[in-house]
Write a protein that binds this ligand. Structure first.
Ligand code: NAD
Ligand code: ZN
Length: 356
């Protein structure tokens, strides 16, 4: 069976695109029902940025704290707050990095679907479309702006709300918004993109549709992180498009070993997604020869990848980490084929963690 990929409804690209958000929203307002803006808390202290958010009538900005990656409980309580404070809304706009993109997608869905967001962690469990939702990324790399999932940490698992209702109705890609991201953050989120491409290109789920996106995205990552003399506005534009195309690649293929291991780190230690991928990539030369380029990129960016991350961890926690990682069956299958369980045993996963 071939995948029938649902994509983002409409997308706008270019410097200053944020200035057109007001007009985009005007086309989607339902009477006087307000629009909700979920905005990354990093912008709370930037009044000049907040002033550009087109707040009209009863619209409301909610700053979201993304110190920790989003949880199902965060989504449910935001949904409850919005319902009680605003009633019916016209739509929801997420402005921020991958965490905010995922929160926005999930809250928009939970404003119309019954129960808790944890009930929808999985594949194609969402029942009905959410409210109108738009995404405005301020970090590039995760591809969360283009994907059909909203990754959440739930009580028992870190897993996305994967469904045809999950992609944004509208995305605004404005490269000005990622200018000035601190280098370390830019590196970790950017490497998520690089690793999406490396993993998908090496994987068994690769195909011509995914390949054109992954190859172009990989080339753009190499250009900005390895070849260019210095970071500039052109780099921002290229990274923004690399993120989009890397996201398109994995949407039509699959990620692999670094992500499978990173999920275990994220679940047990709270390690952020991009950083966890980088930590995992350090021990994956046998799967991904591109790990060598990755190391050069880290050196150029002056970023040291943390080491010894599981040192002193109680055995039960390490076991949980192994279990979470091995739970990512489609990812290991993409790396090693249908008999992956024979090749990637709990002992082998544990040994990989112990090297990180
Ligand atoms: P993030 O959204 O977690 O943000 C990281 C930090 O950067 C935060 O402190 C944030 O406040 C800050 N930040 C955001 N924009 C900034 C800006 N313009 N300038 C300065 N600081 C800024 O980071 P991320 O790497 O973009 O996203 C990681 C999240 O994305 C994880 O929760 C992961 O699970 C998720 N993810 C989702 C998908 C998907 O397809 N849905 C794919 C990969 C990752
Ligand atoms: Zn990723």
């Amino acid at each position: 069976m071939h995948k029938n990929l649902k994509q983002v409804g409409q997308v706008m690209f270019g410097r200053g695109a944020l200035g057109q958000l007001d007009a985009v929203l005007a086309d989607n307002r339902q009477g006087t029902a307000p629009v909700v803006f979920l905005v990354d808390h990093v912008f709370r202290d930037r009044p000049e940025f907040v002033a550009r958010i087109p707040v009209r009538g009863r619209d409301r900005i909610y700053f979201v704290d993304v110190t920790h990656e989003p949880k199902t409980g965060d989504v449910d309580s935001l949904r409850d707050r919005i319902r009680s404070e605003l009633g019916k809304v016209s739509g929801l706009v997420g402005i921020g990095g991958g965490s905010t993109m995922d929160l926005a997608k999930a809250v928009a869905l939970m404003l119309t679907n019954p129960g808790s967001s944890q009930d929808y962690q999985g594949w194609d469990l969402v029942q009905v479309p959410g409210v109108f939702k738009a995404g405005v990324p301020t970090l590039s790399g995760t591809g969360a702006e283009v994907s059909r999932t909203a990754v959440l940490i739930g009580p028992t698992k870190k897993l996305g709300l994967n469904s045809d209702y999950t992609p944004f109705d509208q995305v605004l890609l404005d490269p000005d918004l990622i200018a000035g991201v601190p280098e370390r953050q830019r590196f970790f989120t950017g490497m998520d993109c690089y690793i999406h491409n490396v993993e998908s290109l090496q994987g068994r789920a690769m195909n011509a549709f995914a390949r054109v996106h992954a190859e172009k995205s990989l080339a753009l990552c190499r250009e900005v992180f390895l070849e260019k003399d210095r970071w500039d506005g052109d780099s921002d534009e290229k990274l923004m498009m690399a993120s989009w195309m890397g996201g398109m690649s994995i949407a039509y293929s699959q990620v692999g070993a670094a992500h499978a291991l990173s999920y275990g780190l994220g679940y047990v230690l709270g390690t952020h997604h991009g950083e966890g991928n980088c930590i995992a990539m350090q021990v994956l030369e046998e799967f991904y020869p591109e790990a060598a380029d990755f190391r050069r990129m880290a050196e150029r960016a002056g970023v040291e990848i943390p080491g010894g991350v599981v040192a002193g961890l109680p055995a039960a926690k390490l076991d949980k980490m192994v279990e979470v990682s091995l739970g990512m069956a489609p990812l290991w299958q993409n790396v090693l084929g249908d008999d992956w369980k024979r090749k990637m045993t709990p002992e082998r996963v544990r040994a990989l963690y112990e090297r990180m």
